[in-house]
Design a protein around this ligand. Structure first.
Ligand code: HPA
Length: 271
């Protein structure tokens, strides 16, 4: 039963942050710096939150940060849990349950991803139009708690069209090309082989990564409206002329940080 555990985490956070977020934001690999730009920040390290695990990935800070973007109250997860870290899949999505418990009605997910579609280049931002779950697990497996949502939640519209349009308009205002695509999640942590990437392309994937999809699934389970942005950090295996590395992922994220922060600052008040 995780519902009471979510409540304990929510009570502790509420005793510290004193705002009700309208939107929750999860910042992916190397994209955490956006959190530093928000107003009236209150920071809670994950270690201090009941039932939160320690985040182990480089480039993931592991802090919950509340505050305002313009006048919009937000709660940011600066760093996420990944299935490949060894956490149970239910544990990786625990923070999303907590964002819902804090009162968020919306969720913005961000990540770094490998580009499969030839239209995507390192440094591009891709709006997630839909996803393919090939992680081999589903975070809703097990007894269903109706207080969160139904046993068989619909996934026909995981990514909210209105939110997609707000993000696309923001990108256009910034003079960025608007690219939308399908994000496919694998469990990792090894990167893909070129043969796997050819397979994923045939399956309809534009970008590939190791996160986000379980979070989107539980968020929809609880009725949150969801949007997602992938920072294309590298060309996928076999397309990339060089071997893949986490260093390349964080370096690209670092390079687009300014653009990413400007985009989020612009769109979040409108979401
Ligand atoms: N594959 C899987 N996950 C990733 C990649 C990739 O190429 N880049 C960033 N995350």
């Amino acid at each position: 039963m995780i519902y009471p555990l979510v409540n304990e985490a929510v009570s502790m956070i509420n005793s510290r942050i004193k705002i009700q977020p309208e939107i929750g934001i999860i910042l992916g690999s190397g994209l955490g710096d956006f959190a530093d730009t928000i107003d009236k920040k209150i920071i809670i390290p994950y270690e201090e939150i009941p039932h939160f695990k320690k985040s182990t990935v480089q480039g993931h800070a592991g802090r919950l940060i509340s505050g305002y973007v313009k006048n919009k109250p937000v709660v940011i997860m600066q760093g996420r849990y990944h299935y490949y870290e060894g956490h149970d899949i239910v544990e990786t999505v625990f923070p999303v349950r907590v964002l819902w418990g804090l009162g968020s009605k919306k969720l913005l997910l961000t990540n770094a991803a490998g580009g499969i579609n030839s239209m995507l280049l390192p440094g591009d931002l891709m709006i997630i139009r839909d996803h393919i779950n090939l992680m081999g697990v589903n975070p809703l497996r097990g007894e269903n708690d109706e207080r969160f949502g139904p046993r068989f939640p619909d996934m026909s519209t995981v990514y909210c069209n209105e939110m997609i349009n707000v993000i696309a308009d923001g990108m256009m205002r910034m003079g960025l090309g608007v690219k939308k695509g399908v994000y496919l999640a694998l469990s990792g942590p090894s990167y893909e082989t070129p043969a796997e990437i050819r397979m994923l392309k045939t399956l309809g994937a534009d970008a590939v990564g190791m996160s986000t999809v379980p979070e989107a699934i539980v968020a929809r389970h609880m009725g949150l409206l969801v949007a997602g942005i992938s920072c294309i950090s590298n060309l996928a295996a076999g397309i990339s002329p060089t071997p893949l590395s986490h260093k390349e992922v964080t370096e690209t994220a670092d390079r687009v940080k300014g653009t990413f922060i400007s985009l989020l600052s612009d769109i979040i008040p409108l979401l």
